[in-house]
Design a protein around this ligand. Sequence first.
Ligand code: FMN
Length: 413
Amino acid sequence: MSTNTPLFQEIKIGPLTASNRIALNAMECNDADNHGNPTDLTYERYKKAFRGGAGLVLMEAISVVDESRGRLNQLIGTPENQPALTELINTLRKENDKTILLIQLTHSGELSHSDFSRKVCVKPLPGYGGDLLTEEEVEEIIDKFVISAKVAYDAGADGVDVKLCHGYLGSQFCRPYNDRKWKYGGPFENRMRFAYEIYERIDKEINDPNFLVGSKISVWEGFPGGMGTAGPDTPVLDFEEIQKMCQGLEERGASYIIQSAGSPSITLALTQPEKSMPDYGYLHFTFQKVVRDALKPETVVIGSAYSIYSDGRIKFLATEKEKTTFEYWANKNISDGYVDMVALGRQSLADSELPIKMLEGRADEINWCSLCDNCLEFLIRQRPVACATYNKDYAKALVEMRREEGKLREKRT
Ligand SMILES: Cc1cc2nc3c(=O)[nH]c(=O)nc-3n(C[C@H](O)[C@H](O)[C@H](O)COP(=O)(O)O)c2cc1C
């Protein structure tokens, strides 16, 4: 593996510099304590990630409120959590002070878990829904995003990612499906109001050009009325709005956009290409180009869904094996100008030290993601998440979890 490649060139993100083009994508691991503060498990995985030398680490979806969360043990970003967050960030900087550290801010909206949270929605999707938000409640949620951004700033993060993807609240506003007649729905300008106001308020209230703001967005959610569709009742792809939206975010200070796709609780294989149909991964290259084409050259585009390529162990038909690897596609897409950085999700749980292993010529030591998706199974079952393929404790936990689930199912039948 050569490191004299586009993947290992520096890149500027706003006024900051990432030392290489590899980003570790946001991966919520549901291992916070009962107050939403990091535990030893959280420390362990982020310390390892920072030792791994990625140019950028996007810290997982941290909830801006306690009351509406998707995960039982989700990290929370309210002022009460600031001391614990500061301590975590200080520790990570000691491991490696070069890696750019962003925190993803989210509100789960209709994906909040009704067992322990209040489900709220913009306009109920069939099978989802929750309490319909009022305009006053939306204003309060915008305040919470701004407060959490300040918490992240004061805790020492390099920036925040205002989450607009994967079906969480931010994306629920943006979709054409949100044709509700209110301040935050209907025409494009109204649907963007939530995201744009958060950006404008962060810019005004933090007012530090060194503090990065950006968003991870689903370029196409893949169901009628989802993001990237031509209207509220059609799944047909239409990128015009998505490009306009990216430009609107850029005008309001976005120094990067992370491309993603799908809404995992609905269109999982789109967000996380599966080994049984890896070719879905190629769609993301198009989505990356769509975002890249919309933005100024200095705004960084980070592509998602690169775990599927690994070391070529996943079989893609009609392609030479050496042209199916992470290294091949990451370098090619950067060279071709489709993307500036590439992000690893599941691979970062399998081995967050991939960048340093590549850099030091130890690529043969990389634990490549097997795309088993056991990590996702932990998440869905509200357990702490890790890679059960390479972590023996979690391999045991997986067996135990499945045994317990089996017993529960037996009881119910
Ligand atoms: C266990 C798990 C947790 C995730 N947590 C987040 C998250 O907190 N925020 C987010 O934007 N995406 C999250 N994702 C999606 C990933 O960041 C990424 O977009 C997706 O897995 C596709 O990339 P990959 O093919 O490299 O895994 C998660 C995915 C998994 C499997």
